[in-house]
Design a protein around this ligand. Structure first.
Ligand code: GRG
Length: 302
């Protein structure tokens, strides 16, 4: 057994509202990652810690909350919650690089390549990706569930998932024909959706339970999340969003907003949230915080 002194006290198999649940998810993931980096010094581990700080911890929350929903001890889900925040943070660090989206600001702070340099940003992202799988391997759960979580995360993060979606997004910018709505939905299902769906499936994977309801919830939530992101880029305030906005329109990029209009995109996001919430009916009132999260995803200002 590994030393659990790094995990903050996680009180609960009792449901709590979204705000404290998100705050707890951030603390759990950061404590676990901080512990894994204990004793290391230098730019790369410092940049890794910078990269995992200050986010909403939505993916860690989904992992912990769906575990709770299945009666799983939160300590068993902490490794998965920390792992998914590592993969997410790595993707943002690399996405911010000049060779990709070229951003100076993330979560209201300088991006890693601005605060340090490009080599440090590449290495911090690489380090976070490797750390994610280390954390999963150290997770306090059954070996079969651990293998399942590890294999499925490699698919969700890799060329079949997020990396594939990012590559398709970059290719689309150079393509002669703009993407249509169906293409964009498929691209975003990989680029943003795969990690969100994986997070929502942590509970059933740990419990070796039926995955269908949370798979529907996760895919609808992932798409609604991306539409909200397009809307924030279209009409958000950079100081509140914590990163540059208006980039999609400036690049002439086809997005949900450019193809459906802002009102059409909002209405599609609302429909997706309704579908996500309906899929939770087998869990009854115990899924109320997950429903709150779905509504929050499209109402958020950052
Ligand atoms: C570089 C391999 C590689 C992949 C990058 C996810 C991604 C692929 C790029 C991010 C581009 C982007 C801004 C997508 C919109 C959806 C998204 C992931 C938003 C950020 O997630 P939040 O809102 O961020 O959960 P916080 O800061 O709260 O963690």
């Amino acid at each position: 057994m590994t030393d659990q002194s790094h995990t903050i006290r996680i009180s609960a198999l009792e449901r709590q509202p979204l705000e404290p649940a998100l705050a707890q998810a951030a603390k759990v993931a950061q404590a676990r990652i901080g512990f894994a980096l204990t004793g290391m010094s230098g730019d790369v581990p410092e940049a890794m810690l910078h990269a995992v700080s200050g986010g909403k911890a939505m993916r860690a929350f989904l992992a912990l909350e769906t575990a709770r929903l299945h009666g799983i001890n939160p300590v068993a889900a902490a490794g998965a919650a920390a792992a998914i925040e590592c993969i997410h943070a790595y993707s943002l660090v690399h996405d911010d690089l000049p060779c990709m989206d070229d951003d100076d600001l993330r979560r209201g702070q300088p991006t890693v390549h601005k605060k340090w340099d490009e080599a440090t940003a590449v290495l911090a992202g690489d380090g976070l990706q490797a750390l994610a799988f280390e954390l999963l391997m150290q997770a306090e759960c059954q070996p079969r569930a651990k293998l399942n979580l590890t294999m499925s995360l490699s698919h969700a993060a890799g060329a079949r998932g997020m990396v594939g979606g990012q590559a398709a997004d970059i290719a689309a910018e150079k393509a002669a024909l703009p993407l249509d709505l169906e293409d964009i939905e498929a691209l975003q299902a990989s680029k943003t959706g795969a990690l969100i769906e994986w997070s929502a499936l942590v509970g059933p994977r740990l419990a070796e339970a039926e995955r269908e309801p949370l798979s529907i919830y996760g895919t609808r939530l992932g798409l609604a999340f991306q539409i909200a992101d397009d809307l924030l880029d279209h009409s958000g305030d950079a100081t509140v969003v914590g990163k540059a906005v208006g980039k999609d329109a400036a690049a002439g990029k086809a997005t949900f907003v450019s193809l459906m209009g802002a009102d059409g995109a909002k209405s599609r996001a609302n429909d997706l949230v309704e579908e996500a919430c309906d899929a939770l009916s087998p869990y009854g009132d115990d899924a109320e915080t997950l429903k709150e999260a779905a509504r929050y995803v499209i109402e958020r200002a950052h």
